[in-house]
Design a protein around this ligand. Structure first.
Ligand code: HEC
Length: 200
């Protein structure tokens, strides 16, 4: 005779087996199925923070370039790029930009960022469309990475020093960033990434 407890045990075992077999069969055909919902949520949250930060940065930059010239804009970036980038941050959200060829040494990539930057670089070289990437680390922090591409207005300060960047900007850059690597870019090039961390 089955006792009540045994029935319960076999029932729960049966459900577990059904769940595991469903998980395995779904997993085999489409490995990302389990993480679609949380990933897309983080992509949405990351996108809106990256877009808002980029908007504020580029609008302020355009304004300063127009009113005080590009070399003042370099000084402006030197002082304000960090606080502007950080303004959407909270205790649970960190925002930063990094690059393989960084201008400010504080933006040097860490190991995870370096790997992602190289992933994006390889994808771009292969002609693939670059999309945001989500990674979760062993501390439960969710990392959002989004490629930053070079646009027309970026060339004044990140283009070819011989033909795109005005002399006054080159002088300003050499004073503020003696080890600057962030030049020589063309429109459409991968300039770097947004890295947003969602900390539990
Ligand atoms: C007026 C000059 C100027 C323009 C225009 C400009 N930048 Fe920059 N950029 C800078 C300076 C200066 C820094 C370093 C800021 C700092 O000290 O944090 C910088 C830093 C960055 C960084 C952070 C990584 C690093 O190298 O330190 C990224 C990414 C970046 N710029 C992308 C862009 C993009 C994309 C555009 C165009 C939409 C752009 N920049 C336009 C001057 C400029």
């Amino acid at each position: 005779m089955f006792s009540y407890r045994k029935v319960l045990f076999y029932f729960s075992l049966m459900f577990k087996l059904i769940y595991i077999s469903l998980y395995l069969s779904c997993g085999k055909n489409s490995p990302s199925i389990v993480s679609i919902v949380p990933d897309s949520l983080y992509v949405q949250r990351g996108d809106s923070i990256a877009v808002a930060t980029f908007d504020t940065l580029s609008k302020t930059l355009e304004y300063v370039i127009k009113n005080s010239g590009p070399d003042s804009a370099v000084r402006y970036c030197n002082v304000h790029a960090y606080p502007i980038t950080a303004q959407y941050a909270t205790k649970h959200i960190h925002v930063r930009r990094t690059s393989l060829k960084f201008r400010n040494p504080a933006n040097e990539p860490d190991v995870m960022e370096y790997l992602i930057l190289n992933e994006f670089k390889t994808q771009q070289q292969a002609g693939l469309e670059l999309k945001p990437v989500i990674r979760k680390d062993n501390k439960g922090i969710v990392h959002y990475f989004k490629p930053i591409l070079i646009q027309g207005m970026c060339i004044t300060c990140h283009g070819d020093p011989a033909s795109d960047i005005p002399g006054s900007v080159i002088n300003q850059l050499s004073v503020l960033y003696p080890k600057d690597q962030a030049t020589g870019y063309h429109i459409g090039d991968l300039r770097g990434i947004w890295h947003i961390q969602f900390i539990p």
